[in-house]
Design a protein around this ligand. Structure first.
Ligand code: CAA
Length: 591
């Protein structure tokens, strides 16, 4: 039988502490919340009231349950008031010195059998524990922000935490409705260790003006289905907290990718801490508000982005999944589309592929038979490059082979009318290589669609050092006209999405390889703790391990950062032919 914790103390009622107090009180347990001063108590009370209002509005609580919840939390400014507590959860700022002081005091106040937990997100629980006379009763209990919403918790056992204590805290976490994972004491544990390299990388991209904050965030939301973009998430977490986490991870890993991006420190010094100060990467309606308001960095409306070229007639080169998907996207939105194939057979089977995709839409009731006929009447398969002569935009979607792509661009340069926009859908080759194969590099741009093109909303619009401003504006406008979300970035390996996604996936493989956690726990951490649609191993198996390895190698060769070097385990799985779902075996076996 697990031990019941009838009264729980929460020390520090900032965003996390107040959220934890709410979660515990919601479960019917008495909570004693400790803050430094009356102002802190008022802020915490306001936080819980506000948060439970949202729960009420969202139908997660009724009014009586909310009142009962609020009634279960007592507020105090004295640690000595925790004498009744059976479990104390500390959630003060991430400073070992401060935490050590609190734990030393708790040692005096609490009965010897009381379990002392820290919500630290990166500091060593072992180091915190040695400041008490009961390191065996000290454990990490790490919640995710917002604690009332996200169901994941990491339970951190040190080398001396008693097994019973772990079992009791695990049962307690389940009682709170959480999904706990028990792990050892390493900087960042599972989720932060995988999340923060990615967040820091996004900050570096922002700092180097590789892409705007809006585009970085939109790329991950629309390209990967993340609930929030990295910069919006940093604003939620708090830049000061994020900085401390990165510092701790860097101290332990010496991985340059964990060294906090310099702009973080500057923003913290200037008081831009995120939502909690009303401004971080974005500006918010008020302190603690999730509502973003326009500021000086907000981009002008799409209509005001400068002169564009007229695009009505579109050409697509290629017959693969991307080419037919892109042809479908344009034809459905009223463009006249010519699809160029290497042979008459390939041309007709590509048009057939579009027809089949439209048939599926008709079956699902998303398209009428009449509309299907109209879309197909706008699409023509051809073999000669000459047929592309009158096009306003030509999108190349042939194999990811530079020589092949350069040959296509050379041919387009010969026949397509001057003033047309020439685009490549490459996901891994430099766009400038395609531009340099023509006599008109200013007209060449990257349009990286995601697979399947008709379903995925994101398009990365890639400008080279030569791309004309009007070509860029035209590319963005065309994307919007076909219902896509364009994001702009420069011509670097991985553009935005792959450059942010694959190093994180690789870090997950390295964590597995190091036996810190298993694939199920790592997938759970990222799905349940960060709201991601898939865990890293699920995603790797879907994408294909060979494809993933190729992308990781491209990133590594471009940036030569040791942290990007593909994990040997991934290399071995690919060598062994375990490529993921498509071969029935990858990180997992499929039936
Ligand atoms: N109690 C219970 N439920 C609540 C609630 C409360 N107090 N407040 C809100 N909810 C519910 C809402 O009713 C809503 O439920 P439905 O989806 O069923 O309608 C849900 O929670 C989402 O709430 P909102 O509608 O208010 O907000 P949203 O849909 O815009 O989502 C978000 C906001 C939950 C923050 C979401 O964007 C998300 O999950 N983002 C990812 C956050 C993340 O990655 N966190 C981890 C950060 S790392 C960390 O925390 C560790 C660390 O150490 C720093």
């Amino acid at each position: 039988m697990a031990r019941e914790f009838g009264c729980v103390g929460v020390v520090g009622l900032g965003t996390m502490g107040a959220g934890i107090a709410e979660v515990v009180a919601r479960t019917g347990i008495r909570v004693i919340g400790v803050e430094l001063d009356d102002e802190g108590v008022d802020r915490a009370r306001g936080h819980v009231e506000h948060s439970t209002e949202r729960a009420l509005a969202g139908g997660k609580l009724d009014a009586a349950a909310r009142d009962a919840l609020l009634g279960r939390i007592e507020y105090t400014t004295r640690l000595a008031d925790l004498a009744d507590a059976d479990l104390v959860i500390e959630a003060i700022p991430e400073s070992l010195e401060l935490k050590a002081r609190v734990f030393t005091e708790l040692e005096e106040v609490c009965r010897p059998d009381v379990v002392l937990a820290s919500n630290t997100s990166s500091l060593s629980v072992t180091e915190i524990g040695v400041h008490t006379g009961r390191p065996g009763k000290v454990v990490g209990l790490h919640f995710f922000n917002p604690a009332p919403v996200l169901r994941f918790v990491e339970i951190v056992r040190t080398v001396v935490t008693e097994p019973d204590v772990i079992a009791d805290v695990e049962a307690f976490a389940r009682k709170l409705g959480k999904e706990p994972v028990v792990i050892g004491d390493r900087a960042g544990f599972i989720a932060n260790a995988l999340l923060f390299g990615y967040l820091n990388h996004a900050v570096s991209m922002y700092e180097s003006r590789y892409a705007t904050r809006e585009d970085l965030d939109a790329a991950m939301r629309y390209g990967c289905g993340y609930p929030m973009g990295p910069l919006a998430l940093l604003d939620l977490i708090g830049l000061d907290t994020a900085y401390e986490i990165l510092e701790t991870m860097y101290r332990q890993s010496r991985n340059r990718l964990h060294a906090p991006a310099p702009i973080l420190r500057q923003m913290i010094t200037a008081g831009l801490l995120g939502r909690k100060s009303g401004r971080g990467f974005y500006t918010y309606a008020e302190v603690d508000s999730p509502v973003v308001v326009p500021d000086s960095l907000t981009p002008a409306s799409a209509a005001a982005t400068g002169s564009t070229r007229d695009v009505r007639r579109v050409g697509v080169v290629g017959t693969g999944t991307m080419a037919t998907g892109i042809a479908e996207v344009f034809a459905r939105r009223g463009f006249d589309v010519v699809l160029r194939a290497r042979s008459a057979e390939k041309a007709s089977s590509a048009v057939d592929a579009v027809r089949k995709s439209l048939d599926r839409q008709v079956k699902r009731g998303r398209l009428s038979e009449e509309e299907r006929g109209e879309v197909l009447s706008r699409l023509r398969g051809v073999v000669e490059f000459d047929e592309l002569a009158d096009r306003d935009l030509v999108v190349e979607a042939v194999a990811e082979d530079l020589a092949v792509k350069r040959a296509v661009f050379g041919a387009l340069d010969e026949v397509v009318r001057p003033g047309a926009v020439l685009a490549t859908t490459t996901s891994s080759l430099p766009v400038i290589e395609c531009a340099a194969a023509t006599s008109r590099p200013a007209d060449v741009v990257g349009l990286h669609f995601f697979n399947p093109a008709p379903a995925m909303k994101l398009v990365e619009v890639v400008s080279t050092i030569a791309t004309g401003e009007d070509v860029l504006a035209t590319a963005g406008e065309v994307c919007r006209r076909v219902g896509k979300q364009p994001v702009h970035c420069a011509d670097r390996a991985g553009f935005i999405v792959n450059a942010l996604l694959f190093p994180y996936l690789n870090d997950a493989v390295k964590m597995l390889e190091a036996h810190y956690a298993d694939a199920d726990d790592i997938d759970t951490a990222m799905k349940v703790g960060c709201g991601l649609p898939m865990g890293p191993f699920e995603l790797l198996d879907v994408v294909g391990l060979d494809v993933s390895l190729a992308i990781e190698r491209t990133l590594y060769y471009e940036f030569r950062d040791a942290g990007f070097a593909p994990a040997p385990l991934l290399e071995h799985l690919v060598t062994a032919g375990r490529l993921g779902r498509k071969t029935g075996k990858g990180f997992r076996d499929y039936g």
